[in-house]
Design a protein around this ligand. Sequence first.
Ligand SMILES: Nc1ncnc2c1ncn2[C@@H]1O[C@H](COP(=O)(O)OP(=O)(O)OP(=O)(O)O)[C@@H](O)[C@H]1O
Ligand SMILES: [Mg+2]
Length: 239
Amino acid sequence: MDSIQRDLKSAEQAPVVVVRAVSYAYGDGAYRKTVLANVDLVLEPGKFVVLTGHSGAGKTTLLTLIGAIRSLQHGCIDVLGMRLTAGSDRQSRDVRRRIGFIFQDHNLFSAISVFRTLWLATELQDRPLSRSEATGKALQILTLLNMAEQLHALPGELSTGQKQRVAVARALMNDPKLILGDEPTASLDHASSLLVVNLIKEHVLRNGASALIVTHDERIFEFADHVMRLEDGKMVLQK
Ligand SMILES: Nc1ncnc2c1ncn2[C@@H]1O[C@H](COP(=O)(O)OP(=O)(O)OP(=O)(O)O)[C@@H](O)[C@H]1O
Ligand SMILES: [Mg+2]
């Protein structure tokens, strides 16, 4: 094995995310509230990891820190080979565009069709997809989500669960090495939740990516390689 192959091999096996001693608090003085206290987490390639915990436990806060949407206060996070620390805002944009995000609210624009939404998601990449490439890719993903017929629909014509599936499809358009999902199955029935979970799992396995999915839905736990729980600002391994 030559050194380039060795480097590639070790890059494939390196953790996708390493969270080290991350603490985070909102507010100041008497209003200061610590949400994360010395949290550690490692996400290995090919893994589907569930993050759970009661409402207000800090799940979204941690997800936005890993996704470089929120600046760190203490500790550091390595994401896709890039290091985030307090004040490392320059790295943030690079990190963000390489992650597939599925947010708690779907963030779809009412005047933009499903196809345009998915195509636009590829625009920030080094090599944006052509219309026909984007159509092929969008249809491939939407078919797996039972949504191919909605390719040209506007968000207003979709049910809540369908919008949620568009948000999932959007997150996968760039073959991201990391998927961060905040309750991506919250408004789905069980059958649609399984479609979403299986699609993400398959993506993760096929691409050596990893997924960190926030959910309260215990039916999803059995599909996870690990289940992590945030409790009183600490990370606890549940499975
Ligand atoms: N911008 C903010 N300013 C002040 N406090 C905040 C802010 N955002 C979140 N918090 C508080 O931090 C705590 C953690 O919030 P976070 O959104 O991370 O929880 P969560 O685990 O995602 O909850 P949920 O399951 O309800 O989505 C909560 O107590 C919340 O009230
Ligand atoms: Mg949340």
